[in-house]
Write a protein that binds this ligand. Structure first.
Ligand code: B12
Ligand code: SF4
Length: 479
């Protein structure tokens, strides 16, 4: 993924006269299978080699360049400051490993920023190999941080700066400004590709007006929308630079009526020139329902909608903004014009897994693709601080399934496998092997133990589970 936060910071620093290079360690697309770390051993039985259409990923992989290559780049550049972006608490331990390797090899001042820093505990800050950390908006803080290092500014004047003085940790109030502060447009030197087209990430708003209990976004960012003219400038620039797909990274793009209409008109103008748009996290069903007719014309090629749960009581408790009826109306309105994928969170407190399975069945019957995202703990969010954040932050990633006890975990993983098969069934019913695959899928549900397929098409036993999912899905494939 394009490092959008760093691109903003680079542009802000350059506008203050600094020279900046970005090292995008995943641009090479390298993927290497490595030994599964011991803390994930309990997952081996799920992430196994399986050639069936209800398989999950298998093994443990490292994405991107080696530490050696990254450090070599740092050494060659002989930089005054090295900044690392740490966006996810669950991957912060890896960032710390890299930071300590960099510190061994270079004398540059090392600073870590990004969403993971916002919620770090005092102990984690103390243990860090970095010289400084910065929480909040880097566009605002980094140019001031440079001034602090040049001794032109006191440490207390750098928003979000976390530093140690006389063995005491000080944390300045972070800047809640949006990334585009000052209407800057990040300059691109190259683009990633998606579906054989060049793709650029962008952001039109920051924060979210909704207040979902399991989410950190509304706690750490104030909601702000970018001016239409500033968006037009960026889209103009991206068009000239050669982008084809625009991936909008907002959390709630269409949060206010009048603005939404103006924005959709602008997107339609650029769609006519050739842009297509996607927004994986930013579409709230209730907000887009009144304006849904405009979406195909504005160039959205897919709608990713998050439903989370159909349980009314859980939805209210979690302060979710909409329910399944809003989603069904959207599906009806865009039928045949756009793909829709709907996301659920199995294992959300107050919901049952059988309920989630029922919802998956409803979605399947309506030809809607279903995405499952198991609940994962996020440090700093009261819901998870109450239930307990693991000491080893690696376990906070969704794939670690940390939040669940063993038997629940077997059932959650089973739902992931069921969603894989339902999505496969929507497109593969006429394939040669479909009937055999369906047989082993249904048999797995009935005996409550999964089959897995070897590369030479042998079916072997895999793990067991306890929920009677067969009661829900048995009649789905009767014809
Ligand atoms: C796009 C996105 C993804 C993408 C791609 C991420 C990527 N590698 O680029 C995908 C879909 C892969 C993804 C996955 C996950 N994501 Co995500 N994702 C986002 C999202 C929506 C946008 C990120 C973005 O581009 N923001 C816009 C740019 C401009 O902002 P930014 O990067 O944050 O940068 C600003 C500041 O953070 C800061 N900053 C950033 N870097 C640095 C560096 C320095 C030195 C300094 C000083 C400042 C600084 O300054 C920048 C400018 O203001 C954010 C939510 C959000 N709106 O930010 C969640 C978010 C980052 N994701 C989150 C999570 C948890 C995940 C997962 C771990 C979930 C999981 N399944 O376990 C995975 C794992 C990812 C992985 N292994 O790579 C959480 C992180 C919370 C936390 N404390 O951990 C967020 C905040 C969403 C949330 N609801 O809470 N994600
Ligand atoms: S709608 Fe999405 S971004 Fe907004 S608070 Fe809820 S989960 Fe977070």
């Amino acid at each position: 993924m394009e490092p959008l936060g760093l691109l903003y910071i680079k542009t802000a620093l350059e506008s203050h006269g600094n020279d900046v290079d970005i090292y995008d360690a995943t641009a090479s697309g390298k993927v290497k299978k490595i030994k599964t770390p011991p803390e994930f051993k309990h997952l081996d039985k799920y992430y196994e080699k399986d050639f069936s259409p209800f398989s999950l990923h298998n093994g443990y992989k490292r994405f991107g360049d080696s530490f050696k290559k990254i450090i070599q780049f740092c050494e060659n550049g002989n930089y005054d400051i090295i900044g690392i972006s740490s966006l996810f608490s669950a991957y912060h331990p890896d960032v710390e490993k890299l930071a300590s390797e960099i510190k061994k090899a270079s004398r540059s001042t090392l600073v870590i920023g990004g969403a993971a820093v916002n919620s770090l505990s005092e102990t984690a800050v103390k243990k860090s190999a970095a010289d400084y950390m910065i929480s909040g908006c880097g566009t605002v803080s980094m140019p001031l941080f440079v001034q602090f290092l040049l001794k032109n500014l006191d440490a207390s004047k750098v928003p979000g700066l976390i530093y140690e003085k006389n063995r005491q940790i000080y944390r300045n109030k972070p800047s809640k400004d949006p990334p585009w502060k000052g209407n800057i447009v990040p300059i691109r030197e190259s683009f990633r590709t998606f579906r054989k087209k060049t793709v650029a990430k962008t952001i039109f708003s920051s924060g979210c007006k909704n207040k979902c209990v399991f989410c950190s976004i509304h706690r750490e960012n104030s909601f702000e929308q970018r001016g239409i003219e500033s968006i037009r400038d960026e889209l103009d620039y991206l068009f000239k630079a050669g982008a084809e797909i625009i991936d909008i990274e907002d959390d709630d793009i269409f949060g206010s009526d009048c603005y939404s209409l103006k924005l959709l008109d602008l997107l339609e103008d650029f769609h006519k020139k050739g842009f297509a748009f996607t927004a994986m996290n930013g579409l709230t069903a209730r907000n887009i329902l009144p304006i849904i007719d405009k979406f195909p014309k504005a160039g959205f090629f897919k709608l990713d909608l998050s439903l989370v749960t159909t349980s009314q009581s859980a939805s209210e408790k979690m302060k979710r903004p909409h329910d399944i009826s809003d989603i069904m109306e959207i599906v009806k309105a865009v039928k045949g014009k756009m793909d829709v994928e709907v996301y659920l969170i199995p294992g959300l407190p107050g919901t049952s897994l059988m309920e989630t399975a029922e919802t998956m069945k409803i979605l399947y019957k309506n030809n809607i693709k279903c995405g499952l995202s198991p609940l994962y703990p996020v440090p700093g969010v009261p819901l998870f601080e109450k239930t307990g954040i693991p000491e080893n932050l690696n376990l906070c990633r969704g794939t670690a399934l940390y939040t669940f006890k063993n038997d629940v975990r077997d059932n959650i993983v089973s739902l992931l496998k069921i969603s894989r098969f339902l999505n496969y069934s929507q497109v593969a019913e006429n394939n040669d092997l479909y009937r055999t695959n369906l047989f082993y899928f249904l048999k797995s549900l009935q005996r409550r133990q999964w089959f897995k397929k070897t590369q030479d098409n042998k079916w072997l036993d895999s793990f067991s589970f306890s929920e009677k999912f067969a009661d829900i899905f048995d009649d789905l494939f009767l014809d």
